[in-house]
Structures are given as C-alpha cells and as structure tokens.
Unconditional design. Sequence first.
Lengths: 111, 114
Amino acid sequence: GENVEQHPSTLSVQEGDSAVIKCTYSDSASNYFPWYKQELGKRPQLIIDIRSNVGEKKDQRIAVTLNKTAKHFSLHITETQPEDSAVYFCAASAGFQKLVFGTGTRLLVSP
Amino acid sequence: GAGVSQSPSNKVTEKGKDVELRCDPISGHTALYWYRQSLGQGLEFLIYFQGNSAPDKSGLPSDRFSAERTGGSVSTLTIQRTQQEDSAVYLCASSSRQGSAEAFFGQGTRLTVV
C-alpha cells in the first residue's frame, strides 16, 4: 500500500522568511496530493491540493510542487506570518482510494 | 450543509469501561475514516470505510477496538476495556467519490481514561 514520508518534523522560521515542507510517496498510482493545516486545538483543514496532471499550483502565499518521476511533492509558504504557525500534514491517494497522511510538520513562525 | 459531526465532544471514562464514539459524515460521502491523535502527535490511522467494500481495519491497534458503519452513513467506534493509553482525540473524516477527493474532518472526540 501507499506510504507517505514527511520532513522535517519541526520547522522554525522568522516572520517573513519562506518555509518548505517535503513529502515523498511510494505508490506510483497516486494522483491526488492534498495539504492540511491543523491549528492548535482544531481539526485539520485542507489548504491546497494538487493532482498529478500539473506540476505546480499556487494560492496567494502558498504553493505546492509535484515531481511525479521522483515521487515527491512540497509545500512552499512565502512571507510567513505568525498565524501560519500550525501542524501541516501532506497526504496522497490514487483516485478515490484511501487517503494516506504523512506524519506532520510543526511550523513555528517567530515574530 | 452540515459538516462532519462527532459526539460526544468530550468523554471521561474509568479504566476498564467500554466507550462508543459516534461520527455523522457529510451526507452522500461514501468514504469514512477514523484517526487517533495523541497530544502533539500526528494522525494515527485506525479504519477506513468505502461504500459497500470491506473496511480497511489495518490500523486498529488491538482487538479492543472495533468500528461499524450502518447504512453507509453513521459510524460508531467502540473501545472495549479502555486503558489509560487510549486517551487521545479521536477524529473522523469523510470524503466523496465525486468531484474533489478532499477529506473533511469532524471536530473530534477527546477521550480521557482515568
């Protein structure tokens, strides 16, 4: 089955810096790659997703890139703000099969 | 429309007692997941239901844990003979087989075993 690895487990940046979180997946059939943000005490919520027919997707300060050949995808956050502090989870699935999550990255943005 | 609803929000139980946690998925969502999240930790997969297919139970940590989904909608996670290490937030999520494959999470049930 699918296995998703996520790095780093923790990431500390200064406000205004960029943050990058990386994930690798094992199942070449996977074609859907969402990213979830979980703020303290709250439920995970989708912030951006990408499908395997595109290599990059942007939404304001966040972007996701996908390298199908290498089977890895990354979340990029530019101009980080304290409210970006949260735990971020990547995930992968093949079509509408089971969504498999990474282990999470705790991002801390210091003012 | 309503999102994923879980009940109760909080549950305190004595060690050795059985508990039932309920999840009401978004109407029409065929996929339903249960996860466990200990304080400061990641999402531990427990079980996955997809339509009428046999559930993927590969994440259940012991035979004290079981789950069912009646009528393809509401799901109940049952923990028998609870132990202190079962204390965690239990999250339910659902997704559709049409359109986006996005998983929507409930607010979770915080279980405390004393």
